[in-house]
Design a protein around this ligand. Structure first.
Ligand code: ZN
Length: 603
């Protein structure tokens, strides 16, 4: 494989020379890690002599995080030279673009440093222990030569080594190649003393790279990840890459992950691996990021088929890219045997509580939520819970109900699984991407019926989700958990150091009606000091109709609020199997979660 890559690259280089386009090479240094400064050099050799100007830009966002990050804010000490090392004139022409006056130069060497101190954001980070690079946050590009092949030479600090999904140049340590900038920028680099474990699944090489110490069992993790890879490969029909890298970084406060074209970057706290619940959540995150290898990295919404690095890439389909991925990350964990049915059904019942308890779900549609992600979702604004939906959790919920709808309409002959595979075949990467309408069409074809009303109500509209109907398809029903209701304030709090602050106030709740606000610092309930835990336990001992006095600091002023407690608007529910399921309900339940015995029957 590597030999093939090398030959192709040589071919591309000769083609470049013939077509009078420059070779593009990058060098990445990190000689003083404690300063958090990367040293970057970009060399463009053989520039079109007809051009008078050359623009170098840094993307304003990175993939997977749909918000403007203005990454160029970290660029310092920019300078540029021609082939004789003479300075070329340059000026900033927008916040992320450096425009260079070529003055006849056909060779340009740009140098700059990047302040990188955001390791847990998975954009760029460098300290005296490790370095992480998401290419969009460190490497500038020229739009004119964006699709040219690229070489990268990394000069690691000390005895550090590089782990990346990029192909390496044979017999050249720390030299890598990419077919174009977008591919290059989508292959993050981990540089440090990370431990790399190589393993094979379905004949393809996989690498688990672990940076940082923790209480993990590498052998077990490799076995578990291999099983996840196999289940996903079975779902999609094969693995779409030659080599895949799981970049795992362990540090306090770390969490979350980012998908990439042939790798993913996952953050976790160091000591979560012995606890079955936290390890289960970790595997869920692995499953999520890995599902993205198909859904969003290859099967892409229209606006993301070819990224626009200069501005927002508006997409109404993030509920599919993220929500459907979130739906399947757990479903495939159940099918892989990592989550038992009861655990999964408990998760679904919690999802129902959160869905019903978020007023914003009835104010903003999923389409609008995706489109406005750039200005709302990722900003986590104060009004989010009350006025915005969430394309992750609501998208998961709608995917579940859509799956059940298709299974019911086709008497379990088809499911959302078939829709995803149809979409994947129909919209190959680079051919334009898909829209919500394309997805609706695929669903309708698979279900062999119109789903216009479904999409009007739950994708483009804000109707309450038909949970009972969806669950009934698989022979499940909701039952109230505790008939003796505990009263409700309707606010959420965070303990931070010695302060307890209001983080959310649910619209229509007693706290909302009484005038409590986000950031109020809670001091006392009925004159006695409380923190988050004691506040909720003392409220739980009271009853609806009781009046309480909450004392808070708001902007350094002492304020008191009288609140009349009520019963919560959403009661806690648990999912149970119906007493006498029909044969179809039984069949759907078995096929949906692929309980092994039922799966055997299928074959
Ligand atoms: Zn995701």
């Amino acid at each position: 494989m590597k030999l093939f890559v090398l030959l192709s690259f040589v071919t591309l280089l000769s083609f470049s020379a013939m077509a009078n386009v420059p070779t593009v090479s990058y060098t990445l240094g990190m000689s003083k890690p404690a300063t958090h400064l990367f040293e970057v050099e970009i060399l463009l050799d053989g520039i079109d002599v007809n051009g008078s100007w050359l623009e170098l830009s840094l993307p304003v966002w990175r993939t997977g995080r749909y918000m403007i990050l203005d990454l160029a804010s970290g660029i310092v000490e920019f300078d540029v030279f021609d082939g004789t090392d003479k300075n070329l004139r340059w000026m900033k022409t927008d916040k992320s673009t450096w425009t260079i006056e070529l003055n006849g130069a056909t060779k340009v060497r740009a140098r700059y440093k990047v302040f990188a101190n955001e390791l847990n954001l998975r954009t760029r980070g460098l300290n005296d222990e490790r370095a992480f690079v998401d290419g969009t946050a460190v490497f500038m590009y020229t739009e004119k030569y964006r699709w040219q092949p690229i070489t990268l030479t990394v000069v690691p600090f000390g005895n550090w080594h590089v782990t990346t999904g990029l192909d390496s140049v044979i017999n050249e340590r720390n030299k890598f190649i990419a077919t174009n900038y977008d591919y290059f920028a989508d292959c993050p680099l981990e540089i440090g003393n990370q431990k790399d474990f190589s393993f094979t699944v379905e004949g393809k090489e996989h690498v688990l790279s672990i940076a940082g110490k923790g209480n993990y069992d590498a052998e077990k993790m490799i076995a578990d990840i291999s099983k996840i890879v196999k289940t996903h490969a079975e779902f999609w029909g094969g693995l779409p890459y030659e080599r895949f890298v799981f970049l795992l970084a362990l540090s306090p406060g770390n969490g979350g992950g980012t998908e990439h074209i042939n790798s993913c970057a996952i953050g976790a706290r160091p000591f979560i691996f012995k606890n079955p619940d936290s390890y289960g959540s970790f595997l869920g995150l692995v499953s999520h990021e890995f599902f993205h290898t198909w859904n969003v990295k290859r099967l892409r919404p229209v606006a993301l088929d070819k990224y626009d690095w200069t501005k927002e890439n508006y997409t109404k389909e993030l509920w599919i890219a993220e929500g459907t991925t979130s739906y399947y990350d757990d479903v495939l964990l159940v099918r892989s045997g990592f989550m038992v049915e009861s655990q999964y059904l408990d998760k679904v019942s919690s999802a129902i509580e959160s869905d019903r308890g978020r007023p914003g779900n009835l104010k903003q549609s999923l389409s609008e939520c995706g489109f406005d992600a750039w200005i709302k979702y990722w900003k986590n604004t104060k009004q989010a819970t009350n006025f915005e939906t969430d394309y992750y959790s609501r998208g998961t919920a709608v995917s579940f109900i859509l799956d059940m709808t298709i299974r019911q309409k086709t008497k379990n002959k088809h499911s959302l699984d078939d829709v995803m595979r149809t979409m994947y075949r129909r919209f190959p990467l680079g051919k334009g991407g898909y829209t919500n309408s394309d997805f609706q069409n695929a669903c309708q074809e698979v279900a062999d019926t119109s789903l216009q009303q479904f999409f009007d109500d739950y994708v483009n509209g804000t109707k309450p989700l038909p949970w009972n109907e969806g669950l009934a398809v698989a022979g499940l029903e909701l039952q109230e958990k505790s008939p003796d209701k505990k009263p409700w304030l309707g606010l959420f709090t965070n303990d931070d150091g010695d302060k307890t602050k209001v983080s959310r106030v649910i619209a229509g709740s007693p706290a909302y009606e009484a005038g409590l606000d986000i950031d109020d610092e809670i001091l006392a309930l009925n004159g006695y000091q409380v923190r988050s835990g004691s506040l909720s336990s003392r409220i739980a001992e009271m009853k609806a109709g009781d009046k309480v006095e909450l004392t808070v600091f708001r902007e350094e002023r002492l304020r008191e609020f009288e609140i009349t407690l009520q019963n919560p608007a959403v009661t806690l529910q648990r999912i149970m199997k119906v007493e006498k399921p029909t044969p179809l309900q039984k069949k759907i339940y078995g096929f949906w979660l692929s309980i092994p015995t039922q799966k055997k029957e299928k074959k």
